[in-house]
Structure formats: C-alpha cells, structure tokens
Design a protein around this ligand. Structure first.
Ligand SMILES: [Zn+2]
Length: 538
C-alpha cells in the first residue's frame, strides 16, 4: 500500500519574498508551466489584490493540471468574511484552491494583531467556512505553529482544529521563523494527529534558518503529514524555504519514501529537474549553486585521481544515485573517455554526430576548458558551444569577417533643452571580396534610446548582403551581464538570448574586460548560429 504525498509549490509567492527577487508576469507564467510539467500538485501563484503583478498573473495564468492556488489571509476582526475586501480579492482570482494564512501563536494574536484569542479562532473558522461555501478547496497556513505549540499547545491546536472543522482540506503547520529542529517537528506533528486532525489533512511548511528545512519536512512526513510545501532551489525569505529541488528526488529515489509513497511526479519527468532548476537561476540572473544537492554542477563532479578512475570502472563507487535520473551529468576530468562520451552526447543533441575516435573531441574539450578559464560559460550558451565545436570539427563556414566596429555614446541637450542620450554604431564586414559598412542609431521607433548594444546589434544585422534574408527576423530578447573571474582578472560576461520569427530561441556568450566588446562577441555568435541553422551559403 502506498500513500499519496502532495507537493505544494510556493516559489511564486513565498519564493518571491527573497531579497532582490521580483518576478514579472511572463516569468511567473514560465515558472508555473515548468512546475506543472514537473508534476507538482499545487502551484501557489501569489496574493491577488496585495501585489499588482500577482493580480496580473492570475488574470493571465496558464491552464495547469496542478491546482492553481491564490494566497491571502484570514478575514479581519469586526467584519464578516463576506464583507472582507482583502479576502474578496483573493476569491476573485477565481482559483479552484485558496490558501489563507492565520495566526496560531497566542502571543502574535494579542501582540501583533491586537485582538482576542477567541476573535482570532473565529476569524479562522469563518474565513475557511466562507471559502468552502464558495465551492473552493481551502488550505489554512497556521503561521508560527511550532513556536505557538511550544508556548501554548492548546491554543495552537484550537486554531488548527477551527480550520479543519470548518472544512479546510489541508491544515498546514508552518515553521515561519525556521528555527524548529526536525525532531521537534516530528513530535509536534504527531501530537496534532493524535489530537484529531488526520495526517492526510496535514501539510508542512518549513524555512531553512537552521539548514534543516528539508529534514524537517521529511520528519513531518514520517510523523504522518501528507502535504509538503516548498520552493524551487529553496528560494525564499531569509535562508529560504524547504527546497523542493532536493525533496523531490529524495522522495522518489530514497527509502522508505520511494516504496511507501506516491507523488504526482513520474520518474521520466524527474529527468527535467536539473533543467528546471537552472531555468529558475537563469530567470533570476543568478549563478547556479554548484554544490546544490542532486542538481548542482558539482553534485557528480569527480576530481582526477583515485575517485575518477574508480568512477570510470563503476559509477556507484562514489555516487549515491545515477545523475541521469535527475537530468544532471557526471563530470570527470576532461582528458578521459567519459568526458569525451559526455561531449559526444551533447554534440549529438545539437545534431552533430561525431565518431568515437575523432581527435577533434579532445580539441573541443580543451577549447572549452581554456574558454571557461577565461570566464566563458557554455552551460546556458548552447549556441556558442555549438559554434565552438563546429569550428574544431571544420564544420563552420567562414560566412563573413568583421573588419572593425565602433560605438559612440553621447548625452546632450535636445532642442527642447532636455538631456537625451544616443548611441551610434558602425560595423564594417567583409563578405567574399566585398566590404560593407553599416551605421545604426540606438533610438527605437518611439525615439527612446535603447543603448549602445542595441545600436551595434542593428548595425551588424543591417546589411549582410547575400545573408540578409536569413537574419532579418532576429530579435534580441534578453541580455544578461555578469562580472566574473577570467584568469586573475575580473571580466564581463554577456549572455544574449535571440529569437526569430519561428519562435526559435538561442543563447550566446561573449567575454571581455569591456562590456561592449563582450556584447559584440555574443551578437556575432547569434548571427553566425542563425546562418548555420538556415544552411546559408555564399
Ligand atoms: Zn513561509
């Protein structure tokens, strides 16, 4: 007999509480779609009414198999649930599921809210009853539950029961301050079940302030809880929330969870976990944490020597799982066979079948290593990686040569006496025997300045003679800049995402001490990659 465990993602709500994180609506949609295809049961989209981008997200929310959930708080004292405008805004998002947070620690009720304990319990009951009466599935996030239970167990239980008895599908025990250790979480969850709330109605919401959020969630499951709340990559306020990117493979691959429980996530979709984790970092313009469990670039990286030679003979010698199960890969020092077979696989994914003994393989690995030492990163810049490989394989036509480029940046007063900025770029290319000079400005149709990289991009793509028809539809969609280490110097790494009229999207990288130069290199790769894809010839 297996029990069903439900996974509840709050990346878009609690995850957005992370310092410096603010998702745009399109980004939220992308994340929601990724969570849904991963197989999460619930996606908490945000707090409609409290945050304009959250409201916009619910208006545009994608159709998901996962239950889209709106978050809010219990009604306030002194008005009915029906007349509480904050609660109404949450219900108006029209989601099938609604999660409301409320107090369960008596000290917070009397000191932070300034209402009586009875009023708070009644607010919980009435709010949940109202949500249920509206035909929605209701969740109650019992804020500060563990601290509250430790202070006054009776009152904490009274709040949890008020929600359960009013019809809440889930009563979620929250370790809001993140300081509760796993053994305490286990004991208190157990006590809640013994007090009459069945485990298959109990959820767990932990924070990572003692770096035990994942362990605390597992302890709650061991005690009988059947819903786990967390975020991708452990994103969240302070030290973060329980990391679903770690919890998911643990639940699917480790005993006793593997045999005792079922989740909505299939073994095949688990393979997309690493990709999903990197996608989030990419949206946040963050360097992926190399040592992240399961999905980090170093999670299955072996240094040269004893480990590496044992790994080649039998991977289980120094690996707790097969990295392919979570879509990660084994990294063994470049020179050996395994490094080459990884590379061949990546090349095959790009449509380049390379024979096992081709000496270009060693060359490509060396080129990558040398470039990475200079500050390049090919993890996301797949198009630049392909060009590097094609060059080594002799499969990259010499489409054109850039003879020179120039960019000027100017700031001056216009005729209305307002300061305006403007960039101008000149690019000279040689195609066959013909030289072409293109000039472009950085102003868009509305007359606003789009900056020097935009001017360069336009000049480069303005007149490529016979190739023009292939590149006319390239659009620069994203531009990320990061200061990184290249050798002993700090250098600038630019990643550019381009898109064409077919919706195809590709990423290229450039590195230089100079941001414009790094951008130009990435732009050049973007154009060259597109010409390769189009099968352009002179
Ligand atoms: Zn939280």
């Amino acid at each position: 007999m297996t029990d069903r465990l439900y996974l509840y993602d709050t990346t878009l709500r609690d995850g957005q509480q992370t310092q410096g994180v603010q998702f745009s609506t399109p980004e939220k949609i992308r994340i929601a779609e990724a969570l849904d295809s991963l197989g999460l049961d619930y996606i908490e989209g945000g707090w409609p009414g409290a945050n304009p981008t959250d409201s916009a997200f619910f208006d545009a929310a994608p159709e998901t198999r996962a239950k889209m959930t709106a978050f809010g708080m219990t009604k306030r004292a002194g008005r009915s649930a029906e007349n509480d405008d904050v609660l109404a805004a949450v219900l108006n998002a029209g989601t099938a599921t609604v999660c409301i947070v409320g107090k369960s620690h008596d000290f917070h009720v009397t000191d932070a809210l300034g209402i009586t304990l009875d009023e708070n319990a009644e607010n919980i009951r009435a709010s949940i009853a109202h949500i249920v009466a509206e035909g929605r599935e209701a969740l109650f996030d019992a804020e500060h539950f563990f601290d509250g239970y430790k202070a006054h167990p009776d009152y904490a239980l009274r709040c949890a029961k008020a929600a359960y008895e009013a019809g809440a599908r889930w009563v979620v025990l929250c370790d809001t301050n993140g300081g509760t250790l796993p053994h305490e979480i286990h004991a208190i969850t157990r006590a809640v079940i013994e007090a009459g709330i069945p485990g298959d109605h109990i959820g767990i919401h932990t924070h990572n302030d003692t770096e035990t959020a994942v362990a605390g969630s597992l302890a709650a499951v061991d005690a009988g809880a059947r819903q786990i709340q967390g975020t991708l990559n452990g994103l969240g306020e302070r030290c973060g929330n329980a990391n679903l990117t770690t919890l998911i493979p643990t639940l699917l691959l480790k005993e006793p969870y593997k045999s005792q429980y079922e989740t909505g996530i299939a073994a095949e979709t688990l393979e997309s976990l690493t990709r999903t984790s990197r996608m989030l970092d990419d949206i946040l313009n963050r360097v992926p944490f190399r040592q992240a469990a399961y999905v980090g670039a170093s999670a299955f990286a072996h240094k040269a020597g004893l480990h590496a030679s044992a790994i080649v003979k039998n991977p289980t010698t120094y690996e707790h799982i097969d990295p392919a199960l979570v879509g990660n890969k084994r990294i063994i020092p470049m020179s050996n066979q395994a490094g080459q077979s990884n590379l061949r696989k990546r090349l095959a994914d790009a449509g380049l079948e390379v024979e096992k003994d081709n000496p270009a393989l060693a060359q490509i690995l060396e080129d990558i290593k040398a470039r990475e030492d200079q500050g390049y990163s090919f993890d996301t810049a797949q198009a630049s990686f392909e060009l590097l490989a094609r060059r080594a394989l002799g499969l990259l036509p010499n489409f054109f040569e850039v003879k020179r480029y120039k960019v000027t940046v100017e700031r001056r007063k216009n005729k209305y006496n307002r300061m305006v900025s403007l960039s101008e770029a000149v690019v000279v290319v040689k195609i066959g025997d013909e030289k072409k000079l293109s000039v472009s400005e950085s102003l868009d149709e509305s007359g606003s300045d789009r900056g020097p990289v935009n001017a360069l991009s336009k000049a480069l793509a303005k007149d490529l003679g016979p190739y023009q028809k292939y590149i006319d539809d390239i659009r620069l969609v994203d531009f990320k800049v990061r200061i990184t280490q290249g050798g002993t110097e700090a250098v600038t790494r630019v990643i550019i995402d381009s898109e064409d009229s077919t919706g195809r999207r590709w990423s290229t990288v450039g590195v230089s001490p100079n941001i414009v130069d790094a951008s130009f290199e990435a732009l050049l790769d973007a154009v060259t990659w597109k010409l390769v894809q189009e099968g352009a010839t002179l």
